[in-house]
Design a binder for this molecule. Sequence first.
Ligand SMILES: Cc1ncc(COP(=O)(O)O)c(C=O)c1O
Ligand SMILES: N[C@@H](CCOP(=O)(O)O)C(=O)O
Length: 467
Amino acid sequence: MKYISTRGQAPALNFEDVLLAGLASDGGLYVPETLPKFLPEQIAEWASLNYAELAEQVITPFVADSIPTQDLHKIIQDTYASFSHTAIAPMQQLAANEWVMELFHGPTLAFKDFALQLLGRLLDYVLAKRDERAVIVGATSGDTGSAAIEGCRPCENVDIFIMHPHNRVSEVQRRQMTTVISDNVFNLAIDGNFDDCQAMVKTCFANQNFLQNKARLVAVNSINWARIMAQVVYYFYAAIHLGAPHRSVSFSVPTGNFGDIFAGYIARQMGLPINQLVVATNRNDILHRFISGNQYAKEQLHPTLSPSMDIMISSNFERLLFDLHGRDGQAIATLMEQFNVQGTMSIEPYRWEQAQQLFSSCRVSDEETVATIKQVYAETGYLLDPHTAIGVKAARRCRNSQVNPMITLATAHPVKFPDAIVQAGLASPELPHHLTDLFERQEHYQVLENKLTDVQQYIQTHGRFFK
Ligand SMILES: Cc1ncc(COP(=O)(O)O)c(C=O)c1O
Ligand SMILES: N[C@@H](CCOP(=O)(O)O)C(=O)O
């Protein structure tokens, strides 16, 4: 399968090169040139598969030209063996036709493990085969960081530098990253917000001279197509569980960088009967303002009780725009340039209306988040994390059918965000066994100014490949 850039000027690549590429050389994001499509009969045959078996079916067409079947089989089996629940992504029913899918049974207790446990193994495999070394530079609002560290730390040929916004992630999230002591793991607390960190990652890809040809630069954020690919699987898993392909389902997705919900959009393009995708945002609502009013405009970023979604510039939104513009790379290059200069964009109404046919959106305040945690707990005894609560609230407000099951993605375990749980008047759950001593472990991280040159210099002076 070939992958092309959303800005139309970078060379088409195969999966292996896309995995290692991060951003395309023209600043765009890679997407498959054509998506694999599954027929209803084929999807129906998958009803008896477990998660890893299903993942193999869904992922194979994306990687077949780079990874032999038996190697992929082993990589996927190992990936999901690291999860603590035998169902991998269990479903919980809240009410009639209302479900949550728990995506927090991986090692770092957030949905990021689904893709980053796989991505680490794929990287290790490809780098070893090519005898190459990689420097990962990643940005996190809290969850990608620890999942990437956990997924990539065992990779012999990888150094991993993760930037998080200083004092803007939860203490559990910070400790999950900073207590990992390994000579290839580096945590940087940046005096800025997540957008600042993400912008530095993208600038590093645009100009890689700072690496002095010592290693290649690799992305662990959802700009890397492999992240999206792995996340497509659980949409199939949930939908089949609830009757697909014979029944359509809807999803509500707590959204920040638009990666997770974009994976749902891709699943639908591949043949999964999805009726509605609800974009659930916190106060940082740029995506809600686009879906509801065709206005994609930068505003100040505010800290909230759902810190992982404190994001303004949503990387994967460009992938959706590409499709809405008939996959015209030049049009996207022009649009993104306009957005970079003016900080705002709208698209032609007929294109926006096309998006509205599938996507709905809702902004949920901190007060509503806390009230939802409280309400759902009172109704069902089930404890939501604040991000999932935003998804549930948005689902209840936006759903366009009571007949199709509505599934909210439970993107993180509540133990990661005790502030919101306590504000809801509830007791924060206990840390799972492998993290019980998290608060006693020693932390290692470097606070840096929000300056690219400082970050790059840090990488040069600390990275193993520069010695
Ligand atoms: C717990 C949690 N929920 C939701 C999101 C939003 O996901 P996405 O950025 O893929 O839209 C994130 C971070 O990305 C997260 O960490
Ligand atoms: N919420 C994320 C932000 C980064 O998003 P990504 O999906 O592009 O890696 C986080 O927790 O770090």
